[in-house]
Design a protein around this ligand. Structure first.
Ligand code: NOJ
Length: 519
């Protein structure tokens, strides 16, 4: 495990919407470069940049047309290299987004594989052997090629699935994982990784990491084999590089060779994570319907059992192997600021930033950016509302871009009360300053960093109390006071609201949070 992960705090950047340095209405590499000091000052020392490669952008860049070319709308490969250099200069690592499961339907490999004539790329994607064939259990498309067959898609129609083989082939068109053409796919992926690692990036967030080898494989053993092979390559050739999986099942992903796995609501997993922040349903207009029972909602009853039952199960199984990453949100989830107010967010972040593993902060969540109900853009659908421009200041387009508003990638929030970095920087009690204080604390206290030293002290009822080495952390998200017996006493290191650890009891006032050093 690369040492730098111990104290890593990641900042996820959706490049379209972060900062537009050249005034064309869309964010760019230079914009990110200009904001590195802001990110550093915030307390983040690593970035994850969403896909920034050449693409028709039918799925916001998760449909890659050329893995080795930066998307011109963000800049050139050289601009991206300059960004790596500038980030490293400030002690910030950079992860790119690797999309191994599928390409764009416009990728030259796919265009070649559509041809009626067999060629080197014929098996790079998964094709059946007949123009009307239905691929059981897999999404497929027919009628689009000279080749008299249907092909498998991994996500949207525009994303044909790359071929890493089948664990248990049942039909002749299903190649086994050790078929030379499937090995060739894996090796081509390694080439892409080497290309960007040689250019200076520090690793990858890996999209749909569990999706490579096709299915009939509930434990994903086939896919795990591919990743173990790739991890061996990294350990040999790039021992400082890191891979983070979008798998959301640490018990599989970390044993498969990932350094970190997100625990988030994805692929039907991690309902427990949802229960902390988003325990509600959305109607067709993306409005919350019915009750919101999220743990961090002030009046919701504060039940964290679903989360911890799930989390501890994964944690105990993986604590010697890799790290679990908790996130404030991402480009696929409804922003927490949609339903949690600034105080509720502060408590949620107090929890997220004092847990083991390496946390991820989604751009704008540090000021509680809102979720906007917008028409879909680039395949975003309900996700579009979490991808709006970063709110820097009260200026034009909230400081995101000097372009005409109509030219901007997405509109900004029109509400005069909407949070901005500039306003929150001036307010010592703001969410932004709370995030900075929490991250300073995490960097100062090795016991609060990635290491696996978590001991639960009180969790069946409120307050939630846990220990990490010499520190005890207590959280009470509810509007009522709560106390729990923990047989420890401590001196306060950081508190929000009224919080005490005295006479063996953790006593927390309404909506409060505390960190104590045990004595
Ligand atoms: C997960 C990504 O986070 C999401 O944005 C994308 O649409 C799908 N994978 C398909 O690549």
């Amino acid at each position: 495990m690369p040492e730098w992960l111990q104290d890593a705090v990641f900042y996820e950047i959706y490049p379209q919407s972060f900062y537009d340095a050249n005034g064309d209405g869309i964010g760019d590499f230079e914009g990110i470069r200009q904001k590195l000091d802001y990110i550093k000052d915030l307390g983040c020392n690593a970035l994850w940049i969403n896909p920034c490669f050449d693409s028709p952008f039918k799925d916001a860049g998760y449909d890659v047309r050329d893995y080795k070319k930066a998307a011109p709308r963000y800049g050139t490969n050289d601009d991206l290299r300059r960004l790596f250099e500038a980030a490293h200069h400030k002690g910030i690592k950079v992860l790119l987004d690797l999309v191994p499961g599928h390409t764009s339907e416009e990728h030259p490999w796919f265009l070649a594989s559509k041809s009626a004539e067999p060629n080197e790329y014929w098996n790079r994607f998964i094709w059946t052997d007949h123009c009307f064939k239905r691929a059981a259990g897999l999404g497929f498309i027919g009628g689009e090629s000279e080749r008299a067959a249907t092909y498998i898609v991994n996500f949207f129609k525009c994303q044909p699935a790359l071929n890493y083989g089948f664990l248990n082939p049942t039909e002749s068109w299903q190649l086994p994982v050790d078929h030379p053409d499937c090995i060739a796919t894996r090796e081509a992926l390694k080439e892409v990784m080497r290309f960007w690692l040689d250019a200076g990036c520090d690793g990858f967030r890996v999209d749909m990491a569990m999706s490579l080898v096709k299915y009939d494989d509930p434990d994903r053993r086939g896919t795990a084999g591919v990743w173990r092979n790739i991890r061996d390559m990294l350990d040999r050739e790039y021992p400082e590089a890191v891979i983070v999986s979008e798998w959301s099942y640490p018990k599989q992903a970390l044993h498969a060779g990932f350094h970190l796995d997100f625990l988030l609501d994805f692929d039907g997993n991690a309902g427990g994570y949802r229960s902390l922040f988003r325990d509600y349903t959305l109607d067709r207009e993306n409005r919350v319907s019915g009750p919101d029972r999220s743990f961090f909602k002030k009046d919701a009853g504060g039940d964290s059992r679903r989360f911890f039952d799930e989390y501890l199960d994964h944690y105990e199984d993986t604590k010697e192997t890799g790290l679990i990453s908790l996130v404030t949100g991402n480009h696929d989830t409804v922003r927490l600021g949609y339903t949690l107010d600034q105080k509720e967010l502060a408590l949620a972040y107090g929890f997220l930033f004092t847990m083991p593993g390496a946390p991820f902060l989604y751009y704008g969540d540090e000021i509680g950016m809102p979720y906007l109900n917008l028409p879909t853009k680039e395949g975003g659908y309900f996700r579009t509302g979490s991808r709006t421009p970063m709110q820097w200041s009260p200026d034009r387009n909230l400081g995101f871009s000097p372009a005409e508003a109509e030219k901007c990638y997405l509109p900004v929030d029109a509400s005069p009360q909407t949070p901005t970095v500039e306003a929150q920087e001036k307010d010592p009690a703001s969410l932004l300053n709370t995030v900075k204080a929490l991250l300073r604390l995490r960097h100062r206290e090795p016991d609060l960093q990635a290491k696996s030293n978590l001991v639960m002290l009180h969790r069946e009822t409120l307050p939630l109390v846990y220990r990490r080495g010499s520190l005890v952390i207590g959280v009470n998200p509810s509007g009522k006071p709560a106390q729990g017996s923990v047989n420890l006493n401590g001196r306060p290191v950081y508190t929000l609201g009224t919080a005490r650890l005295e006479q063996g009891t953790c006593a927390l006032g309404p909506q409060s949070f505390g960190v104590w050093r045990v004595y």
